[in-house]
Design a protein around this ligand. Structure first.
Ligand code: HEC
Ligand code: HEC
Length: 166
């Protein structure tokens, strides 16, 4: 009986969220400050543990920027946050999706197979539109990014404008 109720509950949940992909919003203030100032903070569930380790151990040469953090405690805190929630550590539905098709670990969210699959239909010039500027600028297009939602209809005015007439 309990099992059936649980199953019914899960069905109801999946019906309301349809194909939605949800991530726990990043609320850690240290992470938001240190990793969300140059770009939107990225969801740890989208990359593997080894990749976060590599990113955090090489902040001096960070995708062409110097993102050095000198305070060791701060760095440790941020590393722990990413490792605890990484794609191959958390066992959630969405992290499983981001692991699909991963052979060698993707070194960036935009290189992950799931990202590539989901954005293959977008014309390359859209990513260059002023205000979008980069594939990594997730929040420029996904209006639910900070809340951790990626609904089919949740797009920013700048994205809607960019695709108009193309
Ligand atoms: C000084 C600015 C700066 C800071 C601070 C910074 N980054 Fe970055 N980061 C960048 C730039 C620039 C890129 C390349 C963005 C692009 O390709 O458009 C980048 C890219 C990334 C990417 C790859 C995005 C992709 O999929 O293409 C990840 C992951 C990332 N940063 C994580 C972090 C983490 C974790 C922190 C905090 C420890 C951090 N960043 C702090 C500047 C910064
Ligand atoms: C130029 C705008 C744009 C940018 C930038 C962008 N996306 Fe998207 N994204 C889209 C569009 C449009 C779709 C829907 C594609 C479709 O359904 O055919 C999509 C789909 C997705 C989906 C699938 C949602 C689902 O469940 O079907 C995810 C997850 C996603 N994006 C994550 C990201 C992440 C993470 C980033 C940044 C690293 C990002 N996107 C950057 C436009 C963008």
């Amino acid at each position: 009986m309990r099992k059936m109720l649980l199953a019914a509950g899960l069905l109801a949940l999946s019906a309301t969220t349809a194909n939605a992909e949800r991530f726990p919003p990043i609320t850690d203030q240290v992470v938001l400050k240190e990793c969300g100032s140059c770009h939107n903070a990225f969801y740890p569930e989208m990359l593997q543990k080894s990749v976060w380790q590599e990113i955090m151990s090489n902040l001096k040469d960070h995708y062409g920027e110097d993102a050095t953090i000198t305070n060791e405690a701060t760095k440790k805190h941020i590393l722990d946050f990413h490792l605890t929630n990484s794609a191959d550590v958390t066992n959630t539905r969405q992290s499983g999706k981001w692991m699909e098709g991963v052979t060698t670990p993707a070194k960036a969210v935009t290189l992950a197979p799931r990202f590539v699959r989901k954005h293959s239909g977008i014309k390359p010039e859209i990513f260059k539109v002023k205000g979008i500027d980069s594939k990594a600028n997730c929040a420029a297009c996904h209006s639910g990014y900070v809340q951790g939602t990626f609904e089919d209809n949740e797009f920013t005015p700048i994205y809607r404008q960019a695709v108009k007439g193309r």
